[in-house]
Design a protein around this ligand. Sequence first.
Ligand SMILES: C[S@@+](CC[C@H](N)C(=O)[O-])C[C@H]1O[C@@H](n2cnc3c(N)ncnc32)[C@H](O)[C@@H]1O
Length: 553
Amino acid sequence: MNFMKNESAQKLRGGYYTPPDLAGFLTRWVKEISPKSILEPSCGDGAFFDAFGRVKGFQKVAVTGFELDDEEAAKAHTRAREVGLRDASVHVDDFLQWAIDHIHDRKTKFDAVVGNPPFVRYQYLPAPFQVRAEQIFKQLALPFTKHTNAWVPFILASMALLRPGGRLAMVVPAEIIHVTHAQPLRSYLGRECRRLVVIDPEEIWFSDTLQGAVLLLAERRRNESDKPEGLGMYQVKGREFLDLDPAKVFTAPRSINGKTVDGKWTRALLDQETRAVIDELSDHREVHRFEDIAEVDVGIVTGANKYFLVTDDVVRQYKLDKWAHPMFGRSEHCPGVIYDERQHQANAQNGNPTNFLWFLETAAKIDAAAKAYIKLGEEMELHTRYKCRVRLPWYTVPSVYATEIGMLKRAHNSPRLILNKIGAYTTDTAYRIRAFGALGVTPEKLVGCFINPLTALSAELEGRHYGGGVLELIPSEIERLMVPLPAKVTIDLVDLDKAIRSMQTHEVLARQGKTILGALSLSRAKQECVLAGWSRLRDRRQRTSSEPVAESD
Ligand SMILES: C[S@@+](CC[C@H](N)C(=O)[O-])C[C@H]1O[C@@H](n2cnc3c(N)ncnc32)[C@H](O)[C@@H]1O
């Protein structure tokens, strides 16, 4: 968990500046429409002004910049003068407030917008800024969520302030492609733009923010008959593309529309052939959406994991046997697909917290040992913690039940389901899953068939990932996963469990793909296409930084 007090002032205002080569490239693209007015909504120290100064003819352009930080704004102002911009103004003000006042003003429209909006989580924004962020969504009649981040209303407002046919060229967080909270923005861009291109680098730019960035080139539709073409993804390695003509880069990728633009943009990272195979498989009668075959629930929320999840030693020391129940929750505690007594004992012997303490008064009388442990918790003030103080009594964890299948929230390579043979509990690092039993889906069949290239690829398409490159799925994303369940296939789980523990994920998926996708009569070439699609998205997610990571991270 990141706490606001631990964040640097630079991070809290999203103050990471655009390098000259990227600002220059974006400026050259915008130059093609010979703009007379340009907006820079969060100009920092004026990195883009510098780029304007290098373009012949830009000296006369009316440049409007905004910057909250007065020292940075002063630097930007000086820069504008030094590079010869004759009609530049820098407002030391909140851009979002200005946008709210002008968004529906037909006369205030810019030919182009360039920049690199601040990356600041909604919960870290001061209250008045939160209100304004929400107001931008309202003014554009878009659904708002508190999961948003400053860059989202910034791009929305920037786009709304662009004239028809105008261009927006920005450095934006790479998560624009997949985060759920940015869906209203993706849909808005899809509707408003004639064409969108995302330049997606193989390396991580701006690694010190741990976010990674992409370039967004968007051209607004001129009028109603200017039909949206959709999104093109231009994948690059290194910075050589910056020497190319930006017009060529903008027109190069084949644009895709429909499903791809309406949802997450991850589909656009795949080639056309792979997208076609996915569509073919999604219509196959033995391929199901997860929500049609099983239900997902979050794991047990203890409110104080270190206190409620303990080792055998703690159970012995405090004589808590009566209250201790088996549990697992980390990937290293269940490296395969079966959680059984043997795995449990091995975890316990390694000193892992394999016990969940459930002080349920209706099950037994709270004895002296439990009382002593509860008192210890109160001395640690655990009863005042939010999750604990809202329940009665604070030490009885609610919603405790185990399911036959567990699934860890996060996965390094690809997610897997775990057959829970000993009824162990799982906490909030895992989900509890129940197969409906309809279509003859037993827990064993679901766990076995879940490991295959198609499900792994759909997890990459539906899930999310952050700086560290770990894949995370929330319940609504799991519900959309594609799971092939061919009637004639039976997977030997013991064998699969061994394979997962000893082989590379790629090999296991290839082997399972032959069995499971083969049983759907999918050709070998198409199986390989799905596997290669998974591998490509997995590698992209785990890509490494091109710059040294900052010490503070
Ligand atoms: C990622 S930096 C980019 C600066 C510059 N556009 C560049 O490309 O180098 C974002 C800037 O936005 C500024 N900022 C943050 N919130 C703002 C707001 N509400 N209005 C105007 N500027 C803001 C920050 O102070 C920071 O300088």
